[in-house]
Design a protein around this ligand. Structure first.
Ligand SMILES: Nc1ncnc2c1ncn2[C@@H]1O[C@H](COP(=O)(O)OP(=O)(O)OP(=O)(O)O)[C@@H](O)[C@H]1O
Length: 630
């Protein structure tokens, strides 16, 4: 069965040619959803998380065993009630005793089941809480080299999926101990009651196993196909939501809806096949249960008639058969759950094992208020890939309180340089010094306190305006925050919002204009009150009034601080004490505006050619200057 997609009005440009199957959701998730059933390494890593709750796990296992015993006892009690309590001439006391015992067993059964469910649920929640917390804190510290290479959306969906399958595993694993015990118990009791009848009944088992084996191979491939189709469709959905502006701007909504409908259709077919296969086992198991019961009724009935067994024993057999297939069914399900959990556990431990390259040295010192705000690059060579340096032997110094503009064409290494000041990465050669200390020898916490960074794209978080300004200075009082906002000229627009400083910002501050976001990030840096301000100036065009406000705020922000600004605007460059010009990772010029103009190099050319920004430099000019510089 197929489903028809939503019928869009026909595109007038549609010439009937097959259209390119576009990018929507075309990325494939090639991760295994089934791992080995048992992977010692993964189990021992996950066990480390379960270990603190060991005592509770044993309580749950004990409860599940008590529950199993009570389940085994119930058919036996019924058989005793029939054979002894209701036998001709039996005293009423026997039956009353058995009924009382029955009530007790039911109570124990209920209590044990309650304890097991509760304790297992609690342990699973606790373990997952710990795993999530550990992962979160690890991913916050993890080296940016890993993050640079990792697709965030995929990492997120992977971690969420993996944590869920781990939860499923933890919750059901105690249950499977009970299932195994119940299975062994039922076989043992049946053999004890009458071994011949038991063997006769157990003959259905090989049939069941054979069917299971045949089924499992087909079911696995169907489940995997359904899982993959689902991932791809979800990927397309996520992409379409993230890119909704671009999609609407490019008028792709209709075509994307068609493509999505195709994907959804494929998922529907794959899911349908998987669920059909999942359902097929239920009638098979029911039929086998029926056959086994028929065997008991016929063979057992004959045995009762011939006086070989009591009628109560036959009734007990019937009850046991009814229960017999439940643990088998849940154990086979548990088998897939375990395989999934091993694959998920493997990926979770992989994330937990990602290196944290940038660590505090054992003898790291803390930068304090007495350390000045000087910054120095001493023969720095750095590359994200050490074989391809993006900064080559770069040296320059910024004295405490000085303002230096870092300029250069796109890709020249400006952003990389500022990442090194905050030690997001370590240099391959040379050193970066802050306050006279090599950044590798100071604690990261104190380095963060000494430097305030304003990135090109101001990142605002969901929460209030107040909380956002205080993001890097949780110690700042409300008055400090308001003062910072006033100083950078953000106070007026904040107070004109419906709830002033308590106004909630949408994701990434999307309910503010770019200029407003920029001013908030300036206020945030000012509230942090650091000695050094590192700023990547916004490149986006803003109106001249906002531009003026931002320039004013910048002056205020830099007062009494060392400032290193990646400058894209000529106004900012002219206000700097000194200018460092980078090109293709090499420092090619350095000096104040007049000196650089006199040098008649790249900087003066840029200025005389009257480009709006260094980023606009034509490539032939860049090449010419590069040749001159080397
Ligand atoms: N995270 C990263 N991983 C790998 N390479 C990177 C990374 N970031 C930047 N690069 C590379 O390093 C080089 C320098 O980039 P960088 O961002 O420092 O330049 P930039 O001067 O700041 O450019 P722009 O003005 O466009 O921001 C470029 O070739 C870029 O491709």
């Amino acid at each position: 069965m197929t489903r028809t997609g939503t019928s869009e009005p026909r595109d007038p440009h549609d010439d009937g040619r097959p259209r390119m199957r576009a990018v929507v959701g075309s990325s494939r998730i090639e991760e295994d959803i089934f791992g080995r059933v048992f992977d010692g390494k993964v189990v021992s890593r996950i066990w480390a998380f379960v270990d603190p709750y060991k005592r509770r796990v044993w309580i749950a296992v004990a409860a599940v065993l008590v529950f199993t015993l009570s389940q085994l006892a119930i058919p036996l009690l019924i058989s005793y009630a029939i054979d002894f309590g209701m036998a001709p001439g039996a005293s009423g006391g026997v039956l009353a005793g058995i009924v009382a015992l029955f009530a007790l067993v039911i109570a124990v059964n209920y209590a044990a089941s309650l304890v097991q469910e509760r304790v297992t649920g609690q342990v699973a929640e606790n373990v997952l809480f710990d795993i999530r917390r550990k992962m979160f804190s690890h991913l916050q510290h993890v080296s940016l080299t890993f993050m640079d290479k990792t697709e965030v959306g995929r990492l997120m969906s992977r971690l969420q999926g993996d944590v869920n399958s781990m939860q499923e595993f933890l919750e059901t694993s105690v249950q499977s101990v009970g299932d195994i015990a119940l299975l062994i118990g039922i076989v043992a009791v049946m053999l004890w009651l009458d071994w011949q009848l038991a063997l006769l009944v157990l003959m259905v088992l090989p049939v069941l196993l054979g069917v299971r084996v045949l089924w499992l191979a087909r079911a696995r491939s169907a489940f995997m196909a359904a899982h993959e189709a689902n991932s791809i469709t979800n990927g397309a959905l996520a992409e379409a939501i993230h890119g909704v502006r671009a999609i609407q701007a490019m008028n792709r909504a209709g075509l994307n809806a068609e493509l999505y409908s195709d994907l959804a259709n494929r998922t529907y077919t794959a899911q349908l096949r998987a669920s059909r296969l999942a359902q097929i086992m239920i009638p098979i198991v029911d039929t086998l249960t029926g056959i086994a019961m028929a065997v008991v009724v016929i063979a057992g009935g004959l045995m009762v008639v011939s006086g070989r067994i009591e009628i109560g024993a036959m009734v007990a057999f019937l009850f046991y058969i009814q229960r017999f297939f439940d643990p088998i069914r849940s154990l086979t399900m548990q088998y897939s759950v375990m395989q999934r959990a091993m694959a998920s556990g493997h990926r979770l431990t992989e994330v937990l094992d990602v290196d944290i390259d940038v660590n505090d040295a054992p003898d790291a010192v803390a930068l304090g208020p007495d350390d000045d705000g000087a910054v120095e690059f001493r023969n720095v060579t750095f590359g994200y890939d050490p074989d391809h340096p993006v900064l080559k032997d770069v040296s320059f110094a910024v004295a405490s309180g000085e303002r230096v503009a870092l300029v250069g064409p796109t890709g020249s290494g400006k952003s990389s340089s500022i990442s090194l000041i905050h030690r997001f990465y370590d240099v391959q050669a040379g050193a970066v010094l802050v306050g006279g200390h090599d950044v590798r020898g100071v604690t990261q916490k104190s380095l963060g306190r000494h430097i305030a960074m304003v990135l090109q794209e101001p990142y605002l978080f969901t929460g209030t305006v107040m909380g956002n300004i205080r993001y890097s200075s949780h110690w700042a009082s409300d008055e400090d925050v308001i003062e910072a906002a006033r100083a950078v000229g953000a106070h007026d627009f904040i107070t004109s919002m419906p709830e002033g400083y308590d106004t909630k910002l949408d994701e990434r501050g999307s309910n503010l204009s770019l200029g407003q976001r920029q001013l908030l990030s300036f206020a945030r840096a000012l509230a942090a009150d650091a000695r050094i301000l590192v700023l990547d100036e916004a490149t986006a065009n803003i109106d001249s009034y906002t531009e003026m406000q931002i320039q004013k705020a910048l002056q205020r922000l830099l007062e009494g601080r060392t400032g290193l600004v990646i400058a894209h605007r000529l106004a900012t460059i002219r206000n700097a004490d000194r200018i460092v010009v980078l090109q293709q990772g090499v420092k090619i010029e350095e000096g104040d505006h007049d000196a650089l103009m006199a040098q008649k190099g790249l900087y003066s050319k840029l200025f005389t050619m009257n480009y709006a920004s260094f980023d606009d430099l034509p490539s032939d000019l860049m090449h010419e200057e590069r040749t001159l510089a080397t």
